[in-house]
Design a protein. Sequence first.
Length: 272
Amino acid sequence: MIELGSTNNVRAAQGFVDYIGTHGFRGALKAGENGHVIIGVAPEHFHQVQPLWQEFQNQPEHPRYLDAAWETGRTDSGLVYGGQKLNLVSRFNKLSLLVKSISIASIIIYALFLLGQFSDIFPILQFKAHQPLSWLTPSIVHFSAIHLIFNVLWWLTLGPAIEQQTSKVTLLSVFIIGSVVSSWAQFLMVGPNFGGLSGVVYALVGFCWIYPYLAKTPMMLSKSMIGFLLLWLAFGFTDMLIPMANWAHLGGLASGMIIAVVMALGGTKKAT
């Protein structure tokens, strides 16, 4: 291995190695001095990886590196960097209480559905105009494994990114407002039979799209991924895809964008 550079952010360094791995380049980490970790790459990949290293140095907390870690990591820690195991369970444990709670609640409720408890649980969590708490609970209800996995993975990716660039209070605000607006939008346009975290996910997308432009901060989501998610939202209204809570998606997106504008123009900064 040839030394590419070093950083004192071990978590980000692991993400970078995972990221270049998705491009077919071999990398490894080894302990350096003063708490730093050294990134090494295969000699034949050194020149190709250098531009990616420069991007990493400019934006070490970009979600692309966390995405790569989730994509390539294994909970059995079979992947080893410089003698240190990459353990997704320990990474999950380091997430905020809000991020973990919503993820775990969504998984538990879906598991109960699989165990035959749908008819007992769904009426309790279903949207009801006269019960304010029920404006939030549809967000943790999912009807299929794909539905659950897609939404939770996006929540686990974008939620921590927003917390890191702004604050935990900001993520809580986006979750609550996104849940309420998306639920009401879907209820008013279609009815009460819906569920899923996707309305909140689109609120996160809206925030991650607008806030960095206005606040002049690093992008939390790539332009290509934003474009894909917007296209997915638009296709949902054509009825060419599986049935989706399209109005919840649109309401969530709008609410996230509005929160981003208010925060950015108000000069809200990351809490220290």
